[in-house]
Design a protein around this ligand. Structure first.
Ligand SMILES: Cc1cc2nc3c(=O)[nH]c(=O)nc-3n(C[C@H](O)[C@H](O)[C@H](O)COP(=O)(O)O)c2cc1C
Length: 422
């Protein structure tokens, strides 16, 4: 199915759903509860207050990155350009996608307390992480298989990171090698690792990555079990292509990922359900790279991170892709901050879509903030220029929020600038 007929199919399905809606059926029935039905329809069609006068439907598509008003403009375009199965993989949460939605709605529980009459004519958004200075606290999160969205994949992302001066973290399940990505970035790149089912394989990859020059290793600790990605499953049904055409070793398998080239991968799978704190100790003894654990959402585990000598903690629920029924990621941040602030850097992600989200996370104690899907929307929509523009929009929004909040630099962002409502 090409993207035009796919869109037409989507529209047809929506109309079918509306036609079958019990609400409309009730409204059309003159004999039963006619007045109730009218009331229901009145409520259903009540105009928004405030009224939305600027139409913004998913079908309003931008034709180049410069037209984008916000990062969501890229999501709609990516939906039309990326094959349904790949878009489904990107967008999907787990089961009912409760955690996925909570990642967004939880930000609304935190409100801004701006300070006035401060000189914010010059804004410095720079931070320092393990001795390297970055112009922005916004980081490109590790995501696997970027060639599913653009033929240049991780290399396009790395070039965009270079253009904007952002830190990017390469996933071990990336479709490009660490060497290729460092060459494209022409600078520091961090590496993210799923330990896989084999600690020995993990150690071989770690040695390769260290040799390539990555200074920081992020070990992801929140993907230990199988998962039911329902949005993926449903969108995959709309994709007429045969997965085996590209996924020669099977969808989701670790075999054939280029960062494992030359390593015996017989019987190895991506999940690390046998991983324990002892593995972290072994990694500590294997490498001089800084170690960050990604996927920590409780103070108990934050405490263990400190006990086992990790160098950084990444608060994340994998963008709602690890388990469903959890809290929004931003709600997990304060308890980790309580334990770890000032001891190790704290990265944060999941659900960040606005400059104000970045600000809230920093005010609550994060050192830096990562984004996942947003840059993939940019990549799928327009390749490297799309990623560049997504990151630029986020950085511009964040800079504006800092001015509004009376915070000329990152150190001036204080916890008192956040109010926890209900
Ligand atoms: C398509 C996709 C692939 C991902 N692949 C990885 C991965 O290989 N390793 C990892 O640690 N996290 C992975 N993540 C999670 C991201 O690193 C990050 O935690 C998450 O996307 C942040 O949430 P957000 O998408 O709401 O910004 C992936 C996320 C997406 C959307």
């Amino acid at each position: 199915m090409n993207s035009k007929s796919y869109q037409e199919e989507q529209r047809r399905q929506l109309l079918t759903w509306l036609a079958a809606s019990p609400l409309l059926a009730l409204a059309g029935n003159q004999n039963v509860f006619a007045e109730d039905a009218k009331e229901l329809v009145r409520n259903f069609t009540k105009r928004p207050d405030p009224m939305v006068w600027a139409p913004n439907t998913p079908l309003d598509l931008i034709s180049n990155p410069k037209e984008a008003i916000n990062i969501f403009d890229f999501e709609a375009v990516a939906f039309t350009k990326v094959p349904p199965a790949h878009f489904g993989y990107m967008t999907s949460g787990i089961d009912d996608e409760v955690t996925l939605r909570a990642n967004r709605t939880s930000f609304l529980k935190y409100q801004l307390r701006p300070r006035r009459l401060r000189d914010v004519s010059r804004i410095d958004t720079s931070i320092t992480l393990f001795g390297t200075r970055w112009k922005s606290p916004i980081i490109i999160a590790p995501t696997g298989g970027n060639k599913a969205y653009d033929p240049e994949g991780e290399v396009a992302v790395a070039r965009a990171a270079r253009a904007g001066g952002f830190l990017n973290i390469l996933s071990n399940s990336g479709a490009s090698t660490i060497e290729e990505v460092i060459a494209a970035r022409q600078g520091e790149v961090w590496f993210q690792l799923y330990a896989t089912s084999s600690p020995e394989v993990a150690k071989q990859v770690i040695r390769r990555v260290e040799k390539a020059g990555a200074p920081v290793l992020e070990i992801t600790v929140d993907r230990n079990g199988g998962r039911n990605q329902e949005s993926l499953a449903r969108l995959r049904r709309l994709d007429p292509r045969n997965c085996a055409g590209c996924h020669v070793n099977g969808v989701g398998s670790v075999q054939g990922r280029p960062n494992y080239n030359g390593i015996n991968m017989t019987g190895v799978n991506m999940q690390s359900s046998n991983m324990t704190w002892d593995f972290i100790k072994q990694v500590r003894d294997t490498t001089k790279m800084k170690i960050i654990l990604k996927g920590i959402v409780t103070e108990e585990d934050a405490q263990l991170c400190l006990k086992y000598g990790v160098d950084g903690i990444h608060v994340s629920n994998h963008g709602g892709r690890s388990e469903d029924g959890g809290r929004g990621s931003i709600e997990c941040l304060p308890e980790v901050v309580k334990v770890a602030k000032g001891k190790v850097p704290i990265l944060f992600d999941s659900g960040v879509r606005r400059g104000s989200d970045v600000f809230k996370a920093l005010a609550l104690g994060a050192t830096a903030v990562c984004v996942g899907r947003p840059y993939l929307w940019g990549l799928g929509a327009f390749g490297q220029p799309g990623v560049e523009r997504v990151m630029e929009i986020l950085q511009t929004e964040f800079t504006g929020v800092m001015q509004q909040m009376g915070a000329p630099n990152i150190a001036a962002i204080e916890e008192s600038m956040i109010y926890r409502g209900t």
